[in-house]
Design a protein. Structure first.
Length: 324
């Protein structure tokens, strides 16, 4: 069953304003939207404003304006499997510090900080400011480069970074405030912003892996990227993949063995996960269960239904109708 932490929110690019009325109200709202924390305000007459929306592809966007304060997150927030969300915070105005995992990151306007909800953290705003935060599932943020999540470290991109500048400029187009005429346009515009933030994060992190391990990882990532791009092809055999990538069948199987899986099991799991995501996407409600099965590489809707039930404990139609 899927869970929606804020079902009342509209989709990007339209933010919903929050009017909690007092500091405790804002604190409670941030607990839900970001992750649980304890807020302490450093102003006798605090002024705050809060807006948020759901991202079309998964996650939340939060815009928060405030007088000086500190928010201490003593409790980690993880999802099934021990994964956390990536929290990318863009300092539009003001300055302060993010602390997580023994790393202190002083930020100024234009800087972008990256942390994870699976570790405690503290955010301190030293002067009145505005922050835009994206809370994105790690799987979406890193995509096929899932190993980056396993080695995640809090980091900061300075305002003079080319990627940070591009992300800041693109943010204005993504959250323009008026609904996009085409849902696909909203999704791809949003996805390009998330990808820019992921590239910005990668620029801040030093990869110290040995050359041999790096080559193996690059081969694996090229392999899964090709599979991801062709999940809808019902004829996607391991031989076809190897031919397209110019690698041997033996190497392909070795790469999957290194991940403790096999080609067939991996392909089936990815198709089911993508189908599951599409079933819970309200913007795809016009598609029947059979159409979702076919667009994810299942040649037979009944076979898809059996596989889905075996993996997730309920038929795809019941999953789509289940409450958030």
């Amino acid at each position: 069953m899927h869970h929606d932490t804020a079902p009342e929110l509209s989709f990007a690019p339209c933010f919903r304003p929050f009017y909690p009325g007092d500091v405790q109200g804002y604190s409670t709202a941030l607990d839900t939207l970001v992750y649980p924390g304890e807020m302490s305000v450093r102003d006798s007459n605090p002024r705050m404003s809060l807006e948020a929306c759901r991202l079309v592809g998964g996650g939340l966007a939060i815009s928060f304006t405030s007088t000086p304060l500190a928010v201490r997150h003593d409790t980690a927030l993880v999802s099934a499997g021990g994964m956390g969300d990536v929290l990318a915070m863009i300092a539009v105005e003001g300055e302060g510090t993010i602390d997580q995992g023994g790393i202190s990151m002083p930020f100024r306007p234009g800087d972008i900080t990256f942390r994870t909800t699976r570790l405690p953290s503290t955010c301190t705003l030293n002067a009145p400011g505005k922050m835009v935060m994206l809370r994105v599932p790690a799987g979406r943020f890193f995509g096929i480069y899932a190993d980056l999540h396993d080695r995640f470290v809090p980091s900061i991109a300075r305002a003079d970074s080319h990627f940070a500048q591009a992300a800041l400029a693109h943010m204005g187009h993504v959250f323009a405030g008026t609904p996009q005429a085409a849902p696909a346009l909203a999704y791809f515009s949003e996805q390009s912003f998330v990808s820019l933030l992921a590239a910005t994060y990668c620029e801040t992190v030093n990869d110290e892996a040995a050359d041999g391990k790096r080559r193996e990882r690059d081969r694996w990532q090229r392999l899964v990227a090709f599979i991801e791009a062709h999940l809808g092809d019902p004829e996607l055999s391991v031989d076809a993949v190897c031919k397209e990538l110019g690698i041997s069948r033996r190497l392909a199987h070795r790469l999957f063995e290194a991940q403790r899986t096999q080609y067939g099991a991996y392909l089936k799991a990815r198709r089911l996960e993508r189908a599951k995501s599409e079933l819970q996407n309200r913007r795809l409600d016009r598609l029947s269960v059979s159409e979702i099965a076919y667009r994810n590489g299942f040649g037979d809707a009944s076979h898809f239904s059996r596989c889905f039930r075996s993996e997730f404990g309920m038929p795809p139609g019941a999953y789509r109708r289940s409450p958030d």
